[in-house]
Structure formats: structure tokens, C-alpha cells
Design a protein around this ligand. Structure first.
Ligand SMILES: Cc1cc2nc3c(=O)[nH]c(=O)nc-3n(C[C@H](O)[C@H](O)[C@H](O)COP(=O)(O)O)c2cc1C
Length: 207
């Protein structure tokens, strides 16, 4: 007997950590999405959240393709995914592809943090989704050249990730055992001592 969607959602929560925003603790990336559609208001809200992310020179280099199920945009994004991702992402009602302009618009100089800014906007998007009770799952597993061609992304834009958005579905609906096992196992993270330093490799004193 596999775990239900509700049981898995509980299992995936990060432990309560003093002072950390609850939405950050609640967000996780399912592969099983339910049939339920995302409302136009919620879809708009997640992009409003992305829009208000910080960016270098306030360039806002991010651009997003928004594909709703059965739309040409959805088909184009879906068509670029690797087989592994297609196998589960087909249940998601919304697929998003992010790209970022690699030059500043005020002087055409290279923007070496364009992808960083896109990632920040994507984080806002996924957290806003979580706050609305939606789930999201980001993907690097797609053919970048195929996506660029299908969506006619200009050369001076770097392509980031695909983001599946929708409502969490039942784990039992996943197409194979490997995905089921991953969907029903707890989330893991490196300890702070491995990521926050006072000098290279030396854990910062965070109390
Ligand atoms: C940029 C990026 C690319 C990812 N690519 C894939 C992918 O191609 N396929 C997939 O199933 N999951 C992908 N993931 C999901 C990660 O495996 C997942 O976020 C990670 O295991 C942490 O789990 P959590 O999001 O539930 O905390 C990706 C996540 C990110 C942020």
C-alpha cells in the first residue's frame, strides 16, 4: 500500500525551524499532479510574485513562456522535455519555461548574473505557488536547443528551467516504481556547516 497524497505532503515538510517562513518549509516538488486546473487568478499571482524579485540594475532579465494544457505553448515546452520528465510532467496542467536576457538593456554589456536573476524570480514563483496551495516542480531535463527553436527564443537570451505547476496528485498515479519511491521518501538537505562558511571549508558560527 503506497502513501496517499495527504500523507506524502506531510512527510515532505521540512522540520519546523525557528524564524523560517512557513511557505518555505511547505514547498516541495511532487511528480504526481492532479487533474485540477490552475485558476487564471492564481496563475497571474505566481507571475506577479516573480515580477517583484530583485535583479541586478533592476534589469528584470527574466521572460517566461506560459503553457496551459492543450495549448500550442504547452505542447512546445512538453515536446522538448526528456522522456523521463515527459513521463510524469504530462499530468501537470501548466508548464512554464524561463529565459533571461544575457545583456543589459541600458548599455548592451554582458549581464553575468542574468541566470541568477531568473533563478531568483523562479524561486519567488514557486514560493507564491506554494502559498496558494499549488505545487511546482522545476526541470533541467529538456533539450535546450529544441526548446529554443520551438519557442523562437532569441540568441541573446539564456534558457533556464521548465517549471511544472498544478495541484499535487496521488503518488499511486505515477508511471513507475522509481518515481513512486522518490515521491514517498523524505527530503534531505546538507547541514548548514557544509554551506555557510567563515573561511573556505570552515563552518560559519551560526550558533
Ligand atoms: C534547476 C532545477 C532542475 C531540476 N531538474 C529536474 C528534472 O529534470 N527532473 C526532475 O524530476 N526533477 C528536477 N528537479 C527537482 C529536484 O530534484 C528537486 O527540487 C530536489 O530534489 C529537491 O527537492 P524539493 O524541491 O522537493 O525540495 C530540478 C530542480 C531544479 C531547481
Amino acid at each position: 500500500m503506497t502513501l496517499s497524497a495527504v500523507e506524502v505532503h506531510k512527510l515532505k515538510q521540512a522540520p519546523a525551524l525557528d524564524g523560517v517562513l512557513p511557505t518555505i518549509l511547505h514547498r516541495w516538488s511532487p511528480r504526481s499532479f492532479s487533474d485540477r486546473d490552475v485558476s487564471p487568478a492564481d496563475l497571474k499571482a505566481i507571475f506577479e510574485a516573480a515580477r517583484w524579485a530583485a535583479s541586478s540594475y533592476n534589469e528584470q532579465p527574466w521572460r517566461f513562456f506560459v503553457g496551459r494544457r492543450n495549448s500550442p505553448t504547452y505542447q512546445k515546452i512538453f515536446g522538448a522535455l526528456i522522456e523521463f520528465n515527459q513521463a510524469w510532467a504530462k499530468s501537470a496542467p501548466v508548464l512554464i519555461l524561463g529565459a533571461a536576457r544575457t545583456t543589459f538593456s541600458h548599455n548592451d554589456a554582458p549581464n553575468r548574473v542574468a541566470l541568477y536573476d531568473l533563478g531568483a524570480a523562479a524561486s519567488y514563483l514557486t514560493l507564491q505557488a506554494a502559498a496558494l496551495g499549488l505545487s511546482s516542480h522545476q526541470m533541467a531535463g529538456f533539450d535546450e536547443a529544441a526548446a529554443r527553436k520551438a519557442l523562437e527564443v532569441p540568441e541573446n537570451y539564456i534558457i533556464g528551467a521548465v517549471i511544472a505547476v498544478g495541484y499535487q496528485g496521488e503518488p499511486a498515479a505515477l508511471p513507475n516504481e522509481q518515481m513512486l519511491a522518490q515521491e514517498t521518501s523524505p527530503r534531505v538537505r546538507k547541514p548548514l556547516s557544509e554551506i555557510a562558511f567563515s573561511a573556505w571549508g570552515q563552518p560559519a558560527d551560526l550558533g
